[in-house]
Each structure stands twice: as structure tokens, then as C-alpha cells.
Design a protein around this ligand. Structure first.
Ligand SMILES: *Cc1c(COP(=O)(O)O)cnc(C)c1O
Length: 442
């Protein structure tokens, strides 16, 4: 964390850090201990139970998986391949690694999986290291197409020394511009083309990307950070079958597991490089508690994945239609039927003063949104879009018939200009009806 007077952080962050630091400095050890537990409990009550959490990059994990995160198995060193560990006493624990590997292979119909990777961001770094050398050119979605910072100069790609160029994008279809991509790739000669980003309303034309990649000798990486759960459920495009060399993912978004990362490939050469990057390259110990919690998440998806994925999409389509009817500016790409074919819905943020401004305005109603870039005119000093995801409310049991109420609660703030604090009691009361987690094994 930067010091509160660091020049590069937002002023509101600087003020917050200074005030909290002063408060904690004055507390006893016992006071800090109880304050820690109070903060965690208050957060869980707010975000898990009192909010309509429409943040696209989150989920409520299976509590049986979460409980395994607390096992001592996760804080024990764990070095080397299962069956050939450097440290001893691993004969029970190392079996769990094999269990997760075979289950992920089955879930995604992938030949090789790498799960010793701490996050989706690190999964992308591993993928870059397996396919590129520093100085190589890559192509990725821009911010306006919801490209992720880890694909860009400020993130893992730039930090690893890659030169990033934009994948030409067709806003009317919210898909790649295949002809533009061919021309650009012939000029740029990328080592890697990255598909997808932090919002995927529709599947992408991956076959066209594969064809271009073959023409210029590039690898194709599909970043499934958001789409892992829907891909697992067979309700979204299947990146490896459609030609991606690698699929990376976060495991706590639609996937619904613990915070971790994963990489899948059918290419044995890439699998070997990834294995060496994971160990001994970039991990010594890794958290086996997370591995165990991941097994719980994969078992959930093997049993309930298709029904869960279908329900996420049905809820997103119903929510988009209800918000549209309630007067909210739902983003609809001109050349597509409907608003979405995934768990994501995009709103045009211009009428609400920007995506972050709108998300902050509605937050006191206990409705959680985030901002996103859309291929629309910019909003100065803010994002021009709002991104919504239905994966969490789907797991809390929301169904399409509940979406009109969700849309009306949001419209009271965004359209009618009611103070968000006034809407909050109604959100909490409505949310009381949804306290059981669905699509998980009990
Ligand atoms: C969230 C996200 C990531 C990063 O995942 P973490 O697990 O949070 O590190 C990577 N790529 C995309 C497209 C994302 O949306």
C-alpha cells in the first residue's frame, strides 16, 4: 500500500488511508483483533446478504469449498510434482492435485491443465511466458472492447516487455473485425492474439482468428476469466475446440470457486513450458487449500454447470429487457438480436454521468455495479459504460420473473432520481427472500 501522501494515488484514497491508519495506530492489540473480526463479518453481511450484487466479476462460492480454504493443508509447503515431492509427509495431500487435474480436464475437455497459478492475471503472465519473448508483438482487445489491463502495456503484458497492438473490433456485432484483423496481423506479425476481455456479451468469431493466426504464425489465447462457468456449463463458445491454443481463467467469477487461476491447453509443448513455469519457475509453495476448494467448485459445475449457465443467461436476458422497459439505457449492439447471450449486460453510462459515477450513486441502495469501456463516445474522466453480471444473483436463486423488481429498484435511482438511501430498505427486504445458494452440491 502506498503512503497516504503518495502523489500517484487518487486524493480520496489518500484521505481514506490517512484516516484509517491514524485510527489503527491508536488501537490496542485486542482492539485491533476484535475490529478485524467485526470488519469481516460486516462485509459478509453487506455483500453476501444485504446487496443485490450485480458486479460481473464476483460470485458466492460453495461454503464447503470456503471451509477447505481454512485447512492447514494450505499453509504447508508443497513443492514439486505429485508423487515426487521435495518435502515429505505429502502422501495424502498430493493426491488432491491429481484429483483437481483430472476433474478440470473432464470439465473443459482439455488435455492439459495448469492450476498452480494464483490468479487469472498470473495465468495470463504464464501464458505470455510460454508463448512470447520480451519485445515480441501481441494483439489484444482495447479498453473500448473490454480488454483487460493484464493484456495491455500497464499490466502483465507490458511488464513482461510485450508490445501491445489493438485487435480491430466491430462494435455493431461486439466481435472482432475479421478482415481488419487479417490486415493488421500481416503488418504487425504478432506472436500471440488475445481474445475476449472483461465483458463478453456474445461469443467471438474464434475460427476467423485461428485462420489469421495460422497465416501469420501466432498463438491464440482466449481469456475466459469471466466466462469460465458458462464455458464449463457448455452454454458459451468452447475456446479450445474452436481453435484457441490456450485458455486462461479466473476461478471466482462465473466459475464460482475460490480466488485462483487456471490455464488449459491441448498442446503438449505449451503444457511442458507451463509446467516448468509453474514449478520451479514462479511457484515454490502453492496453496493446497485452494486446490481442495477448487475440487468442490468443479464438482458443482460437473453436476449443475449446464443448468446454472442456462439460468445465468436467462436472467441476464430478462434483466436487460426489464431495465430497457424501466427506462434504463441498456446497450444493444446494432447488428445483433437482443442485448446479450451471456451472463453480462451493458448499460450506456452517458446519461448517468459515467460508469463509475453511476455505480457510486447507486451503491448506497445496496445495488452493486461497475464501470466498463464500451465502443461509444467517451465520457471525460470516467468510463462510458456500466457492466452487470447475473452469475451471483442466479446462485442466490433469482429467476427471470424477479428481474422486473431488480430493474425497478435500479430505475428508482438511475431514472427517477430517488436518493439511493431511500431505496436501500426495499433492496434489503427483497433480498431477504434469496438466502440459499443454488447450483451447488450440498
Ligand atoms: C478479472 C480478469 C482477469 C484477472 O483475474 P484475477 O483472477 O482477478 O487476477 C484477467 N482477465 C480478464 C479478462 C478479467 O476480467
Amino acid at each position: 500500500m502506498p503512503e497516504s501522501n503518495a502523489a500517484w494515488i487518487p486524493p480520496e484514497a489518500a484521505a481514506f488511508i490517512a484516516a484509517q491508519a491514524e485510527r489503527f495506530q491508536a488501537m490496542t492489540l485486542d482492539g485491533l483483533d476484535s475490529e478485524l473480526h467485526r470488519l469481516v463479518a460486516a462485509h459478509e453481511q453487506l455483500v453476501d446478504h444485504d446487496c443485490i450484487n450485480l458486479y460481473a466479476g464476483t460470485n458466492i462460492p460453495n461454503p464447503r469449498g470456503t471451509a477447505l480454504l481454512g485447512s492447514s493443508i494450505g499453509s504447508r509447503p508443497n513443492l514439486g510434482h505429485p508423487g515426487a515431492k521435495y518435502n515429505k509427509g505429502m502422501r495424502h495431500a498430493e493426491q488432491i492435485e491429481v484429483m483437481l487435474s483430472i476433474l478440470l480436464q473432464r470439465l473443459f475437455k482439455a488435455r492439459f491443465v495448469e492450476h498452480r497459478v494464483g490468479s487469472g492475471s498470473l495465468a495470463n503472465l504464464y501464458a505470455y511466458m510460454a508463448t512470447c519473448r520480451p519485445g515480441d508483438a501481441i494483439m489484444a482487445f482495447s479498453d473500448a472492447a473490454a480488454g483487460h489491463p493484464t493484456h495491455h502495456a500497464i499490466g502483465a503484458a507490458g511488464l513482461y516487455g510485450l508490445k501491445v497492438h489493438e485487435v480491430p473490433f466491430d462494435p455493431a456485432h461486439m466481435d472482432i473485425d475479421a478482415n481488419g484483423l487479417r490486415d493488421a496481423a500481416k503488418a504487425i506479425r504478432p506472436r500471440l492474439i488475445i481474445m475476449a476481455g472483461s465483458m463478453c456479451l456474445f461469443p467471438y468469431n474464434l475460427q476467423a482468428v485461428r485462420t489469421v493466426a495460422d497465416e501469420v504464425g501466432a498463438y491464440v489465447l482466449y481469456d475466459a476469466a469471466h466466462m469460465g462457468g458458462l464455458i464449463a456449463g457448455g452454454c458459451f463458445q468452447q475456446p479450445l475446440a474452436e481453435g484457441a491454443d490456450l485458455m486462461t481463467g479466473s476461478t471466482y467469477k462465473s466459475f464460482g470457486g475460490p480466488p485462483s487461476g487456471m490455464i488449459l491447453t491441448n498442446n503438449p509443448e505449451l503444457a511442458e513450458r507451463l509446467d516448468r513455469i509453474a514449478f520451479p519457475g514462479l511457484t515454490a509453495n502453492f496453496d493446497l487449500g485452494r486446490t481442495a476448494a477448487m475440487v468442490v467448485a468443479v464438482l458443482d459445475l460437473l453436476e449443475h454447470g449446464p443448468a446454472y449457465a442456462r439460468a445465468c443467461i436467462a436472467n441476464a436476458q430478462a434483466l436487460a429487457a426489464s431495465m430497457d422497459r424501466a427506462g434504463i439505457a441498456v446497450f444493444r449492439p446494432g447488428a445483433r438480436d437482443g442485448f446479450t447471450q451471456s451472463q453480462h449486460v451493458a448499460l450506456v453510462a452517458t446519461p448517468y454521468g459515467g460508469g463509475n459515477a453511476a455505480s457510486s450513486r447507486i451503491e448506497p441502495a445496496n445495488i452493486l455495479f461497475t464501470s466498463i469501456g464500451l465502443p461509444l463516445p467517451p465520457v471525460p474522466g470516467d468510463a462510458n459504460g456500466i457492466r452487470i453480471g447475473t452469475q451471483e444473483i442466479t446462485r442466490w436463486g433469482f429467476q427471470p420473473e424477479h428481474m422486473a423488481t431488480v430493474a425497478d429498484l435500479a430505475a428508482r435511482v438511475l431514472v427517477k432520481g430517488e436518493a439511493a438511501e431511500n431505496v436501500r430498505p426495499d433492496v434489503i427486504a427483497f433480498r431477504r427472500g434469496f438466502q440459499k445458494i443454488h447450483f451447488i452440491r450440498g
